[in-house]
Ligand binder design. Structure first.
Ligand code: SF4
Length: 432
């Protein structure tokens, strides 16, 4: 498949600054915002405080008139003081919820900082409640707590909780292609999922399943004949438990941009022994369209300097896309965690001399950012407003999770997310 990778830059290992200190990140509850749209008959019940409820409600935006598929079971002061039996109260809340909402087929009890502080065992509660409400609804648990986590780890914890529930895939010799299956792991917008499914069909790769599925009853099978492609770079725990079930990860860059998408598809094509000519004839029309559309953005963005604060864990693949496909200059690429195995292909493609930082010491990083005066800074909401007030142009990293950015057709939307703030800055400057 090497012919498919032309145009990408091979480089020497980047320099990594490791930092520990104060961090500015959201917690894993945030993942509920995109996960509840994805699994359409699931419900997310956060067991947390009023702060957790406010976070979810404000991040989710206006849902007042809709029947939301998330809620918070508030831990009150008497619960924290040990004056109430939290398990009894939780059982009651779940029973009332399921009675009122017969459409719920999968219920996630989502742990928070307060539930962890009082050591409420949500795993045990989920098992107990599952027995009570089976087979009508499956009840699982995971932690969305903000203690030592980043906001995308909520999705990782949720998907990892699903893995033990996945049915066992048919066994047989891995050489028999009809016993093999491909699993795409990570939440994707439905339009993106449909596009990828069409390409895999055209390549003769399949059956293809997606985790998470759109409906609770469609849990994909997994086993030793399952090969999986990560669609997101923040799914370390999910990948680990899939491997425990015998599945094999296909190493690849992530499907951002025309070239990242090509390399990601090439990893599956190579595992399925798709002839290179068939691969190229299948993907070329989409790849060329995507390249052509990106050329417009390249003219606008080439040479612009970008600084990433560590936030979403998408930073390394996005930096690769911005540098190799749009010609942007990387000042510093901060990431909360650097998963060297999952990011190996991305790291190889970064331009020589790229400076990475892992972890965060926010004050030091702010100093470096101010000194560099980048054209655009990618950061969390907490840093964006102060930096804008100082005259820097910012991009909220959380938007990259809410917007479909994977695949050929979305590559220009991804480029547009970086071009728009720069245009706004330019327009404001010309009005001043
Ligand atoms: S889980 Fe923790 S960090 Fe997240 S909103 Fe609740 S209290 Fe805050």
């Amino acid at each position: 498949m090497t012919a498919a990778l032309d145009g990408m830059i091979a480089a020497t290992a980047p320099r990594v600054i490791r930092e520990r200190g104060q961090r500015e990140v959201f917690c894993g509850l945030t993942g509920i915002i995109w996960l509840h749209r994805k699994i359409q008959d699931a419900f997310f019940l956060v067991v947390g405080s009023r702060t957790c409820a406010h976070l979810i409600q404000s991040a989710a935006g206006v849902m007042i008139f809709a029947e939301p598929r998330f809620a918070t079971a508030i831990i009150e002061e008497r619960d924290l003081a040990g004056l109430a039996d939290m398990n009894t109260e939780l059982d009651l809340a779940v029973s009332q919820l399921l009675e009122r909402r017969p459409d719920i087929k999968m219920l996630f009890l989502v742990g928070s900082c307060p539930s962890e502080v009082i050591k409420l065992d949500l795993g045990r509660a989920a098992a107990r409640l599952s027995r009570e409400h089976a087979p009508r609804v499956r009840i699982l648990s995971y932690s969305g707590s903000g203690i030592e986590t980043t906001f995308t780890q909520g999705e990782d914890a949720c998907l990892a909780a699903l893995v033990p529930e996945l049915p066992t895939a048919p066994s047989g010799s891995p050489q028999e292609t009809d016993s093999r299956s491909l699993l795409v792991v990570g939440s994707l917008a439905e339009v993106v999922e449909d596009q990828f499914r069409r390409i895999f069909d055209d390549l003769g790769i399949g059956p293809v399943h997606f985790l998470p599925p759109r409906r609770a009853a469609d849990l994909p099978p997994v086993g030793p004949n399952t090969s999986f492609l990560l669609a997101q770079p923040f799914l370390a725990e999910t990948a680990r438990v899939l491997e425990e079930r015998g599945a094999t990860r296909l190493p690849a860059p992530f499907p951002f941009g025309a070239e990242g998408t090509t390399a990601w598809l090439a990893a599956a094509a190579s595992a399925w022994n798709v002839p290179n000519a068939r691969f190229l004839s299948t993907i070329s029309p989409s790849r060329e369209r995507s390249r052509g559309a990106l050329a417009r953005f390249r003219a606008e963005l080439a040479g612009k300097r970008v600084f990433f604060f560590p936030d979403s864990q998408l930073e390394v693949p996005l930096a690769r896309f911005l540098a190799t496909e749009l010609g942007m200059e990387l000042i510093e690429v901060g990431t909360p965690y650097l998963h060297r195995a999952h990011l190996a292909e991305e790291l190889e493609l970064l331009p020589a001399g790229t400076v990475l930082s892992e972890g965060q010491h926010v004050e030091r990083q702010l100093d470096r950012c101010r000194a560099a005066q980048p054209d655009i800074t990618v950061c969390g909401l907490g840093l964006a407003n102060p930096l804008e007030a100082e005259g820097l142009t910012t991009k909220w990293s959380i938007e990259l999770l809410f917007t479909p950015i994977h695949g050929y057709e979305q590559a220009t939307d991804l480029a547009g997310l970086f071009a728009r703030p720069l245009r706004r800055h330019r327009d404001l400057a010309s009005c001043a």
